[in-house]
Design a protein around this ligand. Structure first.
Ligand SMILES: [Zn+2]
Length: 381
């Protein structure tokens, strides 16, 4: 292998790494390998570490769409806000929430978003998966803190209505996908230049004679891509326009993947279940909804790590509101999700109401759900 060929192999390896998204453990990754047929993966079921997980995307630039959506990162009630949410997609574990503090509304003086963090009274309150979500959470918490006490419950319901609005989600997804389509032609051009034309010339042509044309094509495609990215980012992600452009301006490989970076957070302020209903095939959405409803009704233990009764009430109230909003997406599915499953074998005597695992001893605890007590099957004699 010549030095030039080694360089091409190294570039291909870097390119494959750029085609991986890193997501928080509580997030859901919606990806379509070709066309618009989306599938979902809960990040707590993906390969990764304590803080996050990895998901591969289709490496061929004309294909592949990705949206990353995480549940609202705090529990909110008319009493206050808690930096903790019990939601964890079963049977996976709950992501680590380092500092579950509770603030009564009267104690919230200042709320601000800094990058992906939300700060309350100048101290980090929660970390989110995107700057878009952090800004949204900060705005919402600030509004609730300033609202009259009698107004707060209504504002929380209005926020949930917005987060679960299927029409707005479909509209935002369509707008983002159409709006970023201009990035595809230069990305395909750069991909073909880097991984087809250049190896071809190296193997079958004379790279020493033909390199000026390749370099000229590289500059032309790179300039086209950067201009397209500047315009697209201005439409979809104006706040982070410079960041997107600077990340890609000097790297053709990053520019090929620029669409992923722009698309991934476009639906970040919506509820994952409502996004699932808008993007997924019906059976996949219903399976996700059923498992999420079971988790909301029977969370992994501890359901709330803060002993303050106001924090406990806030966690329970928020969980009930989320469960009710989720159930409205498909009431029959949500109701059926809570019914006992048929026993898998004659010696199965109990099941876990969160993860549906079945047990042969009714006095066992479900370790995967934080030692949750089991529910006994009622059998006809
Ligand atoms: Zn369980």
């Amino acid at each position: 292998m010549t030095e030039f060929e080694s360089l091409l192999v190294a570039l291909a390896a870097i390119y494959l790494v750029l085609g991986v998204v890193w997501v928080r453990r509580d997030a859901f990754v919606f990806r379509a390998h070709t066309g618009r047929r989306f599938h979902v993966a809960a990040a707590n079921a993906l390969v990764g570490g304590e803080e996050g997980a990895l998901q591969w995307l289709n490496p061929l630039p004309p294909f592949g769409l990705v949206h990353v959506v995480q549940p609202f990162p705090a529990s909110v009630s008319a009493e206050g806000v808690l930096a903790w949410t019990s939601a964890a997609y079963p049977p996976g574990e709950r992501h680590r929430q380092a500092d579950p503090r509770f603030f009564a509304w009267s104690d919230v003086r200042r709320v601000e978003a800094r990058e992906k963090d939300v700060l309350v009274n100048d101290v980090r309150f929660v970390r989110t998966g995107s700057t878009r979500l952090a800004a949204h959470v900060a705005r919402f918490v600030h509004e609730l803190a300033k609202a009259k006490p009698a107004e707060r419950a209504r504002r929380i319901d209005a926020e949930l209505e917005r987060a679960f609005d299927g029409v707005a989600i479909a509209d935002a997804a369509g707008r983002a996908e159409r709006g970023s389509a201009a990035l595809v032609p230069p990305a395909v051009g750069l991909f073909l230049l880097a991984f087809v034309a250049t190896p071809w010339v190296d193997l079958f042509g004379d790279i020493h004679a033909q390199w000026p044309w390749l370099v000229l094509a590289l500059f032309a495609l790179q300039a086209w891509g950067v201009v397209a990215l500047w315009i697209t980012a201005g439409r979809l992600e104006k706040r982070e326009r410079w960041k997107h452009v600077l990340q890609c301006a000097l790297s053709p490989l990053a520019l090929i993947r620029a669409r992923d970076g722009l698309l991934r957070d476009q639906l970040a302020t919506f509820a994952p279940l409502a996004v699932a209903k808008a993007l997924l095939e019906r059976a996949e959405f219903e399976a996700l909804l059923a498992a999420s409803v079971r988790d909301a009704r029977n969370p992994a233990l501890p359901g709330c790590p803060v002993a303050d009764p106001r924090a406990l009430a806030t966690e329970a109230d928020w969980r009930a509101r989320i469960a009710a909003a989720a159930a409205r997406l498909a009431p029959a599915v949500a109701e059926a999700a809570l019914a006992p499953p048929p026993p898998l074998a004659d010696d199965c005597v109990a099941w876990c109401a969160r993860c549906e695992r079945q047990y042969t001893r009714a006095d066992s605890l479900c370790a995967g759900c934080g030692d949750r007590p089991l529910v006994r099957f009622s059998r006809k004699a």
